[in-house]
Design a protein around this ligand. Structure first.
Ligand code: ZN
Length: 83
């Protein structure tokens, strides 16, 4: 990844332990993922429609027509699957 970006924030993950806020959050806040966060009522238990990998999408993701991060990333870069 980037140069000179040694991670000083080893404790930062604890910040995301607050499951109460999951419902409306993106799975990857501040990142480039559009997928919804998995919650007990919205489990990530569905396969990606593009690559078929299991447990990639939540029901909300599927309703929104999303694909997994890997496929979305490829699509954004213009490397979508040829089919
Ligand atoms: Zn995929």
């Amino acid at each position: 990844m980037g140069k000179g970006t040694v991670n000083d924030y080893e404790g930062e993950e604890d910040f995301w332990d607050d499951e109460e806020n999951w419902d409306s959050d993106f799975a990857d806040p501040g990142g480039n993922s559009a997928l919804r966060a998995a919650t007990p009522s919205n489990p990530r238990n569905l396969p990606c429609p593009s690559c078929g990998q299991a447990n990639r999408l939540t029901p909300k993701d599927r309703d929104l027509g999303y694909q997994c991060d890997s496929c979305a990333d490829k699509a954004e870069r213009g490397l979508a699957w040829d089919d």
